[in-house]
Design a protein around this ligand. Structure first.
Ligand SMILES: Cc1cc2nc3c(=O)[nH]c(=O)nc-3n(C[C@H](O)[C@H](O)[C@H](O)COP(=O)(O)OP(=O)(O)OC[C@H]3O[C@@H](n4cnc5c(N)ncnc54)[C@H](O)[C@@H]3O)c2cc1C
Length: 308
């Protein structure tokens, strides 16, 4: 119930205003967001790199309302790519297509992605297209396929959500096309006709799909196993061992501020780990999805508030 409520509130304008203007909201955001400026994100990435954790940077923002905002978001992505290269950071870029105008005009969005991938090519940086709600799955995959044909597998990849019933077929097709994938469970509220409602089914599907991704690792597609769930991680390690897959052929990915000791433990065990580092002022929907994943985070902050 609380999970559904938090996800519904992530779309609400009045709740956004209330949370973003409250000191508690800002404090909660700081746990999951590296800061509001690129300088703060760069400092966070440097600190991660020192611990041998790679990063993928996300300048927060989604569902822009005008073409000018979409172009501005793409300009921001170019600045991130330049900064990653200039500072020699171990980082790549994650981006959402609704931030580049997917809701407004698909060709505008595609054009912005082409600008970003051209610069990413010059800087030799990989760009991951995040997956949003199921309203966007087909369009996101179609745009990724177009870009993959133009820029190749080392430049662009996409995300698959294990909670979607369609994902097994998508994974099979995308891997056959040599498209690099990140596998996550899925963070949006979806109807049961499209997504498994039960955790067990999502987890079973995650394990099945991560097996398919790891089998593709031999072709150099560097699959990303994005989860904080130790059972999913153990299953992926088992599978990699069965396939005799060297640890540098795949990577684990986790979110900034979540399960930090697990991140460090995997690095110490010799695995590659990449941290998703979001920054910017548009943190509200991102924060709500993090709270929905683990509502006890909300109680933790509320308890702190009342104990002060
Ligand atoms: C690198 C990365 C990129 C992602 N990209 C996308 C994307 O493009 N599209 C999309 O829909 N989703 C994305 N997600 C989010 C993902 O879909 C899940 O919602 C999220 O990762 C929680 O699922 P879990 O696999 O960690 O498992 P869960 O079963 O949700 O959690 C397992 C355990 O991890 C810990 N945990 C999980 N979440 C939190 C949290 N917020 N705060 C504190 N502890 C937590 C808890 O200990 C929990 O018991 C991404 C996740 C990662 C790690």
């Amino acid at each position: 119930m609380l999970k559904r409520l938090l996800l519904a509130l992530s779309d609400s304008t009045w709740a956004r205003r209330a949370v973003t203007h409250s000191p508690l909201g800002r404090r909660m955001a700081r746990r999951f967001v590296a800061g509001e400026t690129l300088d703060e994100a760069v400092a966070a990435i440097r600190a991660l790199n020192i611990q041998r954790l790679a990063a993928t940077v996300d300048h927060l923002g989604e569902h822009v309302h005008s073409p000018a905002d979409a172009i501005r978001a793409a300009d921001g992505a170019l600045a991130i790519l330049d900064r990653i290269a200039a500072e020699r950071l171990d980082a790549n870029l994650s981006i959402k297509l609704t931030q580049l105008g997917l809701d407004l005009d698909e060709s505008l969005c595609l054009e912005q992605m082409r600008r970003i991938l051209t610069r990413a090519g010059e800087r030799r940086i990989f760009v991951r297209i995040d997956m949003e709600s199921s309203r966007y799955t087909d369009r996101t995959l179609a745009i990724c396929r177009t870009l993959h044909r133009e820029f190749g597998p080392d430049r662009v990849g996409v995300v698959i959500q294990a909670y979607l019933r369609r994902s097994e077929q998508d994974v099979r097709q995308l891997l056959a096309e040599r498209i690099r994938l990140r596998l996550c469970k899925g963070a949006y509220h979806e109807p049961p006709a499209l997504a498994y409602p039960g955790k067990k089914d999502v987890n079973d599907n995650y394990i099945r799909l991560s097996g398919q991704l790891l089998e593709s690792a031999a072709q150099g597609l560097c699959p990303a196993i994005a989860t904080h769930d130790e059972r999913m991680i153990a299953a992926a390690i088992d599978c990699a061992n069965r396939l005799s897959l060297p640890a540098d052929r795949f990577e684990f990915q986790m979110l900034y501020g979540v399960r930090r000791s697990l991140q460090r433990r995997l690095v110490a065990d010799g695995y590659r780990v990449r941290i998703y580092v979001p920054y910017g002022t548009e943190w509200y929907p991102y924060l709500m999805r993090r709270l929905a994943e683990r509502p006890s985070n909300l109680w933790f902050f509320l308890r702190q508030l009342f104990q002060r």
